[in-house]
Design a binder for this molecule. Structure first.
Ligand SMILES: Cc1cc2nc3c(=O)[nH]c(=O)nc-3n(C[C@H](O)[C@H](O)[C@H](O)COP(=O)(O)OP(=O)(O)OC[C@H]3O[C@@H](n4cnc5c(N)ncnc54)[C@H](O)[C@@H]3O)c2cc1C
Length: 442
């Protein structure tokens, strides 16, 4: 009888674990070990390039990799994990139709990621938007273009302020890069919007802490902020969002900004499903694991990525930050450790020291730090970031498509077609009078 290895989550952590398991088990082990990946989507979203998809430098479909295309020896099962029954060794999942199912496991890897962290800010749920998924990126791009279009149709100064002010709350990777890419895109597009150009745009980053990008080196973060300020972006540190309405945002300083766009990127919190699993959690709600990513009390279960507190010995044992860089390496180590528990290779502890960090700030613009020292900016940093992402995007087809997008975009300005109707087909209107059927019509 085959061993059942179930991996939950088709993001960076789960995907890397599955890939490493396939590699370790090899052809000889395939009959003895059955790999199943449970995920809500059939693709891996390459989040570091999501801001470029929002800005139209990359085709949205080119920042995802279909899981079936790359994981050739893993059964992909679309669905959501809902619970674990350790005694019966089964996980409960809900399939895309909403029906409950059970899967038997002998080994279980949990990597369900995180969700946007919200705070009790009045109006946030009604008027704030997130930036975490492909749908968010596409929506935001269309919204920015629509705001520029609407600005051409009004003359009232307050309405122009509302339409042309964009507030991003939270200075992590997601917020800072999304703001930088979209501001760069909108600035390029302004040449085609005379009224918006005459009125001017306002882009603002609001961060509660004393610095941005807490995931990376402080010097690089400060360098990135310097670049944004030079571009006219208003960066407010030690400031929070106090309230938000359909046409305003109010800051903790009492300032009121006329805006119809507040993007909420103030950090992440572990996927709420981890609270339903009966596993030990830390004070931030992350699954507690040891340095081999095993969950205390059940040696058949591993957890990693944004949903787990994985200690990193190269950072004095502190839990790893929620980054793709860490999740990818954790996935590889956890995959190897699961394989080791089934007789394939040796188990290892997780340890990772980042050798370089990049922050993308728009077309041909980025800042980079390599080996903890060299700081680069501009086109060279942008090119290095491209090269790094090329090495990391899984699947040759996706690598080629991203390179083609970047190359094609070199001589052209970015596309400003607003295609928000994609995915929302118009309903047929039964109230319209029927036309007489013409038998000659084809
Ligand atoms: C816009 C943005 C930009 C970013 N930029 C960078 C960057 O430049 N560099 C960097 O290092 N990090 C970056 N990050 C952070 C990085 O994306 C995360 O740290 C990383 O994705 C975490 O990996 P993970 O495997 O834990 O979770 P994810 O990659 O989020 O994967 C979780 C997976 O689990 C699935 N899932 C969720 N719930 C269930 C369930 N109940 N059952 C089954 N499946 C489920 C999800 O659909 C998803 O496929 C960025 C994040 C965002 C949002």
């Amino acid at each position: 009888m085959a061993w059942n290895v179930v991996i939950v989550g088709g993001g960076f952590g789960g995907f890397s674990a599955a890939r490493e398991l396939e590699r370790r088990i090899g052809r000889r082990g395939r009959d003895a070990i059955k790999l199943t990946l449970v995920s809500e989507q059939n693709f891996l979203l390459y989040t570091p390039l999501l801001p470029e998809a929002a800005a139209g430098t990359l085709e949205p479909r080119h920042v995802v990799t279909p899981l079936r295309e790359t994981l050739r020896h893993t059964n992909l099962q679309l669905g959501s994990l809902t619970g674990i029954d350790s005694e019966r060794s089964v996980v409960s999942i809900r399939n895309p139709e909403g029906d409950p199912q059970e899967l038997r496991f002998d080994r279980l890897v949990l990597a369900p990621g995180s969700v946007s962290r919200t705070l009790p800010v009045p109006g946030l749920a009604e008027h704030g938007v997130a930036f975490k998924s492909l749908a968010d990126a596409i929506w935001l791009r269309n919204h920015v273009i629509r705001s520029l279009e609407l600005a051409e149709t009004v003359s009232d100064r307050q309405r122009l302020d509302e339409l042309l002010s964009f507030v991003f709350v939270g200075g992590g990777y997601a917020g800072l890069e999304a703001l930088a890419e979209l501001q760069d895109f909108a600035t390029d597009a302004l040449s085609m919007y005379p009224a918006a150009r005459a009125h001017g745009m306002r882009w603002m980053l609001v961060e509660a802490g004393a610095r941005v990008l807490s995931e990376i080196d402080e010097r690089l973060a400060a360098y990135a902020v310097g670049e944004l300020v030079k571009r006219g972006i208003d960066v407010r540190l030690n400031t929070t969002l106090a309230a938000i309405g359909s046409d305003f945002a109010e800051l903790s300083t009492g300032e009121r900004i006329d805006t119809r766009t507040v993007v909420w990127t103030a950090g992440v919190t572990p996927n709420p499903v981890v609270r339903e699993l009966g596993l030990p959690l830390d004070e931030r709600g992350r699954i507690v694991v040891d340095e081999r990513m095993q969950v205390a009390g059940d040696e058949r279960v591993w957890a990693l990525g944004d949903a787990a507190a994985v200690p990193n010995p190269t950072d004095e044992g502190r839990p790893s930050p929620p980054t793709a860089q860490h999740a990818i390496r954790q996935g590889r180590t956890a995959g190897g450790n699961v394989a080791a528990s089934l007789g394939h290779g040796r188990a290892r502890v997780f340890a990772y020291r980042s050798r370089g960090s990049f922050v993308n700030l728009g077309r041909y613009q980025a800042v980079a730090m390599i080996g903890g020292r060299v700081k680069l900016r501009g086109a060279l940093a942008w090119w290095l970031a491209r090269t790094y992402h090329m090495s990391q995007i899984p699947g040759l087809r996706r690598k080629v498509r991203a390179v083609v997008d970047w190359t094609v975009s070199l001589p052209f300005s970015r596309d400003i077609a607003e295609v928000g109707s994609i995915g929302h087909p118009r309903r047929l209107d039964a109230s319209l009078p029927a036309t007489e059927h013409d038998p000659r019509a084809v």
